[in-house]
Ligand binder design. Sequence first.
Ligand code: ARG
Length: 587
Amino acid sequence: LDQENVGSLKQQIAKLFEESLRLTVPDELDVEPAIAPCQNPRFGDYQCNNAMGLWSKVKGKGTQFRGPQSIGQAIMKNLPSSEIIDSCSIAGPGFVNVVLSKQWIAKSIQRMLVNGIETWAPKLPIERAVVDFSSPNIAKEMHVGHLRSTIIGDTLARMLEYSNVNVLRRNHVGDWGTQFGMLIEYLFEMFPNGEVNDQAIGDLEAFYKASKQRFDSDPAFKERAQKAVVSLQGGEERYRTAWARICEISRRGYERVYERLGVELEEKGESFYNPYIPGALELLSQQGLIEESEGARVIFIEGKNIPLIVVKRDGGYNYASTDLAALWYRLNEEKVEWIIYVTDVGQREHFEMVFTAAKRAGWLPAEDNKYPKASHVGFGLVLGEDGKRFRTRSTETVKLVDLLDEAKSRCKTALIERGKAEQWTAEELDETAEAVGYGAVKYADLKNNRTTNYTFNFDQMLSDKGNTAVYLLYAHARICSIIRKSGKDIEELKKVGTLELAHPDERVLGLHLLQFAEIVEEACTNLFPNVLCEYLYNLSEDFTGFYTNCQVVGSSEEISRLLLCEATAVVMRKCFHLLGITPPPPS
Ligand code: ARG
């Protein structure tokens, strides 16, 4: 049971076919095995789809093969013997179908139970990555879009971390715009002797609105505000202090949200990259990328109607110049191989232009499948019941903290209705309501293909039926209670018991468990967390199939089946963990 982990199931099958292909077509060294799960499980578990493509490659070259079928036959014959494969067959024009050995599936699962789920971590070709996510703007509201970015970014970071990638979780907060001139000037006006405390500008949003109003209605104030920007960017002490104060107050607000969501982030805001902008622009300039246009300095990008402005007409830098400097910094100072930006789809154009500029400058390779790589993870809008941008009754926009509060309190009400207030302590009730409530909000977001808009609906996400976190957490708790109620010591069983997959429903569940690694790999290389949600939901379905048809406690297969229950619970917990969901303590 102590054999070393050798990658995901799919990778292990691919390895066998790689060897076979080397023997079958020794002159075609660049051919990679094309392995996919079988469309129809009646034919097998996985299939190798290389034969057709190979045939078109070799047919003109005086080959011994008579067609794709005969290539398929040879691929099958040349497979090295392995305990992984039970049997193979050829279908259609040379597809090689593989039926996996259920003894081997069982053994692999048992090995994971003994050595831990970390041994199932996918292997990725990179060591370091930046995930740039959440990234609210100081003094402006942190809206649901930022909640989506926070949730999606966190889960991507978690999946990469699980895959042993060193992830720099970056909060690229907007802390350096021209709005600071106005804010600082207003601060000076409101608190002439500098006695600002949290309460005084506790509601930063209101403060922002008030200063904006002043800015728009009083030309003298406006002029002072514009000068204040210059003073701030010039590093004048008084202005720097006021700026830091405003950032600090804002930061405390969004850190409350992160704490509730259990999300870790390291702030490196726009201001951090400011000193690197001139250098980065100089490099781009040397490459002849920057041109003068209508008084601004810009980069023209092929196929785009508008250029990327990197120095404004007034000489100031902007969002794009900051992003170019940050990209340079991340590649050259932090030496990361992959930079992932999580924002709404509305910023796609911006990132396309920034990435294209970086490619033309030679900072990034021209090919998208090579590292270092930059990827934009765009997501759609959060909609309300009315199909419009999500808002709450009382306010124009949704305060994130209120939203989380409501999820929690609704959960608490549901728990109390189920009589939990009598069984649990107040802390237990609270802890569970929090875990389920926040988990529900996250899962409702993550289960959708991120590029689409989704409708925010408390009733739906907190339902205990259907594809919801509540249902899945409940399914997990039920599995744990089956194990607990058996009265067996599961840790002991892992060591002395044997897992067997005799019943067809056991085999289906076992195979699904073994596919965990390749699903995580797919979800984080293609940057689609919904793939993992789908996997988790199907896992609970497969478990139900198994549990409906296979008696666990009291059967002659009890030990084996308890091990299968435990493996399911372990994988489910890892899924929850990767999705940022905390299962409530057992009740
Ligand atoms: N602050 C921006 C916003 O709220 C998001 C920043 C995303 N990251 C970046 N490197 N541009 O829209």
